[in-house]
Write a protein that binds this ligand. Structure first.
Ligand code: ZN
Length: 436
């Protein structure tokens, strides 16, 4: 990878960010088996050392979130909320080529569970805050920094709790940046874009339950719970949800078509040119519902009285009710449908000053940078933050090697972040906070 010409900043944050990231990766914050307390204490200590204090939240033992504020030079401006989560998904050590909680720095990468999702961003936020103090400078506006627990399980002990109990900490904030976005993607030999999420699909996870007549497997049984659940699951899995292009996806497609020099291009043709990104972008053009587990029975010759399955549904903005109705219809009369988790879809406008500033902050470090909006299919803490009327953008800047399948690293084996990408992240955030 060739990095852009060095940016304007050559501050100590660049030497700190790798150590901060590595230290954070050594703290196992797997959700739900480990809490976030130790990581929150680490971040708070790094901020407190430069005179920044934190508000603490711990709705359950060890499930810790913290919120801090870095004052800006113009305190009349609305503060910018910058958020990241401290928890990670578990890692199966045997599958990895390195210790997922070793914080190894090797071959130009920092390795470990959470390197991209999203302790790298936590480290960059802390490094940037410390760099302001070290330089004796201030960001343009106040920066509210939130480090949340529990994002990977929906945010009940993290963002949902903090936003619900202390909305005053975010008073005046109009925009927020967090995950998932700001990472580079090589579109063509001379085009590198950065995807910024301006929308996020909603989530509806449900459990399907069937009860039937238990009995001997050798006899006739027209009330078989296993068969009822399987039929419901297969109807859901095979259903073709119609394609619908939301304003965000329209912008994405138009922008990409223009950058590739194929204006008015066919959607499927454009998708084919997106490489590994296509599996996510395609999913942002329709509702989806994947069966994720199925259970029932205990012996080959016994028909059980119950069987169950879970499905992971993701719906487009505005589809919340219609999607739930469709799921019930597909599930049919033989199974009950119970919602396990539901989070709203969110969509934020693209024509806001923050977006222009993000573009400029990136271009200072990477003159090739072009930002493109997209709809994230994952859910993030933006769900809870948007409840406060704050516009949410996925912007955790990373300049990645062209051949790295970034999307596969999320929750993947051998998760790692390039050292150069962390330096880039620090420089871009600092540019943004200096000028916005
Ligand atoms: Zn994440």
């Amino acid at each position: 990878m060739t990095l852009a010409a060095p940016g304007r900043h050559d501050f100590r944050a660049n030497t700190e960010v790798v150590g901060l990231c590595s230290d954070l990766l050594k703290i196992n914050t797997s959700n739900p088996t480990h809490g976030e307390r130790a990581a929150a204490e680490y971040v708070a200590a790094a901020l407190s050392e430069v005179g920044i204090s934190c508000e603490w939240f711990e709705p359950e033992p060890q499930r810790t979130s913290i919120v801090a504020r870095l004052p800006g030079s113009d305190r009349t401006l609305p503060p910018l909320l910058v958020h990241a989560h401290l928890d990670v998904v578990p890692a199966v050590a045997e599958d990895w080529s390195v210790d997922p909680f070793g914080g190894l720095v090797e071959d130009g990468y920092v390795w470990g569970r959470g390197a991209v999702d999203m302790k790298g961003m936590v480290a960059a936020m802390v490094a940037v805050a410390r760099s302001y103090r070290a330089d004796g400078l201030l960001p343009h506006r106040d920066i509210v920094m939130a480090f949340f627990a529990d994002e990977e399980a929906g945010g009940r002990f993290g963002a949902e709790h903090v936003v619900g109990t202390r909305p005053d900490l975010f008073a005046g904030c109009e925009d927020a940046i967090g995950e998932v976005g700001g990472f580079s993607h090589r579109l063509s030999p001379d085009r590198r874009c950065y995807l910024v999420s301006t929308a996020e699909k909603g989530a509806l996870w449900a459990r399907l339950d069937a009860s039937g007549r238990a009995g001997h497997g050798s006899m006739l049984n027209d009330d078989n719970a296993v068969s009822a659940v399987c039929q419901a699951v297969s109807r859901i899995a095979e259903h073709d949800f119609p394609r619908e292009v939301s304003p965000t996806v329209r912008l994405f497609l138009d922008r990409v078509a223009e950058l590739l020099g194929v204006p008015g291009g066919d959607i499927d043709d454009l998708m084919d040119r997106l490489g590994p990104l296509a599996k996510m972008i395609r999913a942002s053009t329709q509702d989806t519902c994947n069966p994720t587990s199925i259970s029932g029975g205990y012996k080959a010759n016994v028909v059980p009285s119950r069987a169950a399955a879970t499905v992971d549904g993701r719906f487009l903005p505005g589809h919340e009710d219609a999607f739930a109705r469709e799921l019930h219809r597909l599930a049919g009369d033989r199974v009950s449908v119970e919602t396990i988790f539901q989070g709203p879809a969110v969509e934020s406008p693209w024509d806001v000053p923050l977006v222009e500033h993000m573009q400029r902050a990136l271009q200072r470090e990477d003159p090739e940078a072009v930002i493109v909006p997209y709809m994230s299919t994952a859910f993030t803490d933006a769900k809870w933050i948007s409840r406060l009327g704050i516009r949410c953008y996925g912007f955790s800047p990373l300049l990645l090697p062209d051949d790295l399948d970034f999307t596969a690293l999320f929750h993947g084996v051998d998760e790692r972040v390039p050292v150069s990408a962390l330096h880039f992240s620090v420089a871009v955030l600092r540019n943004l906070f200096d000028e916005y």
